[in-house]
Design a protein around this ligand. Structure first.
Ligand code: F0G
Length: 460
């Protein structure tokens, strides 16, 4: 059996430093578990040499980022590396591993807006990344560090999307990847991606939190590079979604950004980006960032409700939105700070509310995986309690592609999503939203009749 290994990952060589989010201690380099050696909490990247509050620099950056959109250079074509002034640098830019991530679209959700009670609703679809989720934006920056530090193996615990993304970037970089996933609790789409991209995939008889705890022990014994969102280099890449969003909005700040919450890395990254943009003078005010969790996996909601955010309330998670089936979120302190600084809130939504919201997002021709749909379900509640006013501007962050979990979608439309579960009574809420496939004879009359019946039924 392998003995303990000591690995250090330098930050200072990349023009940045690391700081503990709890005790504030600063570091030039990270240990392999990316935790503070003083208090064990998470680290964040900061840039001591960055000049802030200079309008000429802010305008120059905006112009540079726009100019790069015309370039055919790989790093400029990446919607992450296009913002490289905001990221840890590379010792050699040739080491940057990119699958041309980022560059994700913003969609209008007109029917969802009506259903939620707001005049206009936008969705930034991070599921339009190369492996179908927002994870790619962080994977590109973090894997590139692994390449420069000459790791042979990278690893993550995952509810599915991180593993798909990591496996793809590792394959592109020529690295080996180790995936730990909870057995039976991830969608087939995500599992199949990890296999196709060549990861050593282990399904463990535990949940995500169990996988992550176990992986923390493994990385202390083998020189394996950890790619969960505790890796601060990953969150730096994920930050760029917010830069890109603001650029797409012409640097005009929306009133609200709504994010799903699982391990809470994404909300932390988006919040960090907004604060950096404000410091630089790229924006003059902050949007409220709100985090939505499934009722069965709501540790952040409970932490705020039960002790005002003083200490994390962990739980045994359960939700069909398997991507966010997490009861012990690593980045809870970072996310809490984002809520506090931006004035955002938390909301929890039921399984039926998630399923309905997902179908509504589908009805706008956009679609997403279940975990992403918590944003719309949460928005409805925030409007109902007047945290969001009808004329305020709102952007939902959709985190995963609709094809990530087709089994969920099919079950919903066939009417058996909740069969045999405690939610069985809630399916009435789905009336008028289910679109069951029809099985007909191969006869044009049958198809014409079906069309006529559909026309009569929906009265459009
Ligand atoms: N949405 C999707 C589609 C996800 O895959 C995840 C997390 C989240 C939201 C929550 O983001 O953890 O940053 O708060 N998926 C991780 C994974 C945990 O392993 O793929 P978070």
């Amino acid at each position: 059996m392998a003995e303990n290994v000591e690995v250090s990952i330098p930050a200072s060589a990349r023009g940045c430093k690391l700081r503990c989010v709890n005790c504030g201690k600063e570091f030039e380099q990270a240990e392999q578990d990316f935790r503070c050696v003083n208090c064990g909490e998470l680290l964040e990247v900061f840039y001591p040499l960055r000049e802030t509050g200079n309008p000429r620099i802010a305008e120059g950056l905006q112009a540079t980022w726009l100019e790069r959109r015309k370039s055919f250079h790989a790093l400029d074509q990446s919607g992450v590396w296009r913002f490289r002034e905001m990221l840890p640098g590379m010792q050699d830019w040739k080491n940057a591993i990119t699958l041309r991530e980022g560059n994700t679209p913003i969609f209008e959700l007109p029917h969802c807006a009506k259903n939620a009670g707001v005049k206009r609703l936008l969705a930034k679809h991070q599921g339009m990344n190369p492996t179908g989720s927002f994870k790619d934006t962080g994977m590109t920056t973090a894997i590139s560090v692994a390449v420069e530090e000459k790791f042979r193996w990278v690893a993550c615990a995952s509810t599915g999307n991180t593993s798909a993304s990591m496996a793809a970037y590792a394959a592109q970089a020529g690295l080996r990847s180790l995936v730990l996933i909870p057995e039976g609790k991830i969608s087939w789409g995500k599992l199949s991606q990890a296999l196709d991209y060549g990861a050593l995939t282990c399904q463990l008889r535990t949940d995500f939190d169990g996988c992550l705890q176990l992986l923390r022990k493994v990385i202390l014994r083998l020189p394996v590079y950890l790619l969960n969102s505790v890796n601060p280099f990953r969150l730096e890449g994920q930050k760029t979604a917010a830069f890109e969003l603001l650029e797409q909005l012409g640097w005009s700040v929306p009133d609200h950004i709504v994010v799903p919450g699982g391990n809470l890395g994404n909300s932390s990254a988006i919040g960090k980006a907004l604060l950096e943009m404000q410091e630089l003078g790229l924006i003059s005010r902050l949007p409220k960032v709100s985090v939505i969790q499934a009722m069965g996996a709501n540790p952040l909601v409970r932490t705020i409700r039960e002790n005002g955010g003083k200490s994390l309330v962990t739980m045994q998670p359960d939700t069909m939105a398997t991507a966010i089936r997490i009861g012990n979120p690593a980045s809870w302190r970072k996310a809490l700070k984002v809520l506090q600084v931006t004035g955002g809130t938390v909301e929890e939504v039921s399984e039926a509310e998630i399923a309905l919201a997902k179908a509504e997002i589908g009805s706008d021709g956009v679609g997403c995986e279940p975990a992403s749909a918590v944003t719309l379900a949460g928005l409805k509640k925030m409007v109902a309690r007047k945290f969001v006013a009808p004329d305020e501007s709102v952007v939902l962050i959709l985190t995963g592609h609709v094809l990530k979990d087709p089994e969920y979608t099919l079950k919903f439309h066939r009417g058996d999503l909740f069969t045999g579960t405690v939610y069985e009574g809630d399916v009435k809420m789905f009336d008028g939203h289910r679109r069951e496939p029809l099985i007909l004879d191969a006869d044009p009359d049958a198809v014409v009749r079906a069309l006529e019946q559909a026309e009569k039924a929906d009265g459009r």
